[in-house]
Design a protein around this ligand. Sequence first.
Ligand code: MG
Length: 204
Amino acid sequence: MKIICIAWNYADHTKELDNTIPSSPVFFIKPDTALLRNNQPFYYPDFTKNLHYETELIIRINKVGRSIEEKYARRYYNEIGIGIDFTARDIQRECRENGQPWTIAKAFDFSAPISPAFISVEHLGGLSDINFHMKLNGVTVQKGNSSDMIFNVDKIISYVSQFMTLKIGDLIFTGTPAGIGPVKIDDRIQAYINNELLLDFEIK
Ligand code: MG
């Protein structure tokens, strides 16, 4: 499986990183070795001094498809979860300054913790109004709502599937709202969809 991550999908976060709003979705890939499951602890890697959290809603693909029309995209998922797109911000800046891909800043081992449970989209009544937030050591540091995405999930699926086949079990990280920031050893991350705690792990 692969993990597709959308960059700059919330206007407030896009401004926070001094980027212009993209005219089509911008995405990158993490390999399956980036997954961190079951609320296991995350071990701070020694190659970065500025590791950032990015809290994101995640869609799980449940049907194989390519070149999917937006109007049919809803047939390709029925579960939503929450996760962290860990980013070595210092390495990412260096890569961008040198015109290089961000791969090592984003796709390293365990850089994608995901909630053990996913929620039925049907049960939520669709994706138009999903609140989510993340608490760092008990304090809410990021808050978002799916309605603030620049490109909604159906648009993302349609766009990405023009370039690469989506397979069962693929995950789409849908972008982060404003409020990103650094983590340190002994921090605790708790992420919620609506008010349901779904992801809860520690940095070691
Ligand atoms: Mg991200």
